[in-house]
Ligand binder design. Structure first.
Ligand SMILES: N[C@@H](CCC(=O)N[C@@H](CS)C(=O)NCC(=O)O)C(=O)O
Length: 202
């Protein structure tokens, strides 16, 4: 198995889950924004020039949440990292597996475009504030959900490697958790996981 990876990117999610699963993998490392990710060669691997990309034999996948579903379906034969399909926790798990990309990251992307990528004369404070407000709202929903459980689907699952990582990324852009104590405590739990720490060190 081979992971196309960049530090401080969504590829950390895939590395983290692979470490949790105990699967060995090769890594091809890039830096976000580097010209190596804009080459025709890399675009032939992922036309969108993004990471993660996971190669597993003939399989190639480029969406972090789909990769997580794939890895569990093929390799988590004991079902350690997702609830049983017929359990009440399963739909909750699916919901939170997809919430990170579906809700949080869109708002975060918009915020980053306005505050990091666009030059001041093209960026809009109104759009930046709106994006931050939405990101904050979506994170508060995670905080409320975590009021009575340690992880998103009760026990630790692949949902935490996606939506948990999206919450973790929000800290880089100035989100604080004073008013979201459940989410703050949750992030401390995540940061304490050896597999997550290993993924951050890549
Ligand atoms: N929806 C995709 C998004 C992948 C994505 O946007 N990755 C970013 C890093 S977090 C990237 O590779 N950006 C390329 C760049 O900034 O050059 C996923 O969940 O895997």
């Amino acid at each position: 198995m081979k992971l196309y990876f960049a530090p401080r990117s969504r590829a950390v999610r895939t590395a983290w889950l692979l470490f949790e699963l105990g699967i060995e993998f090769d890594i091809e490392k890039y830096e976000l924004g580097a010209k190596e990710m804009r080459t025709p060669e890399f675009r032939s691997i992922n036309p969108n020039a993004r990471v993660p990309v996971l190669d597993d034999g003939d399989v190639r996948m480029t969406e972090s949440a789909a990769i997580a579903q794939y890895l569990l379906a093929r390799y988590d034969t004991e079902g350690k990292f997702s609830p049983a399909v017929l359990s009440p926790e399963f739909p909750i798990y699916l919901q939170w597996l997809h919430y990170g990309e579906g809700m949080i990251m869109g708002a975060m992307n918009n915020f980053v475009v306005e505050t990091v990528f666009l030059p001041p004369e093209k960026s809009s404070q109104v759009h930046a504030d709106r994006a931050f407000k939405l990101m904050d709202r979506y994170l508060r929903a995670v905080d409320a959900h975590l009021a009575d459980q340690e992880y998103l689907a009760g026990a630790f699952s692949a949902a935490d490697t996606i939506t948990g990582h999206a919450c973790y990324m929000s800290e880089w852009f100035g989100v604080t958790f004073d008013e979201m104590p459940n989410l703050g405590a949750y992030l401390d739990r995540i940061k304490g996981r050896p597999a997550f720490q290993k993924a951050l060190e890549l």
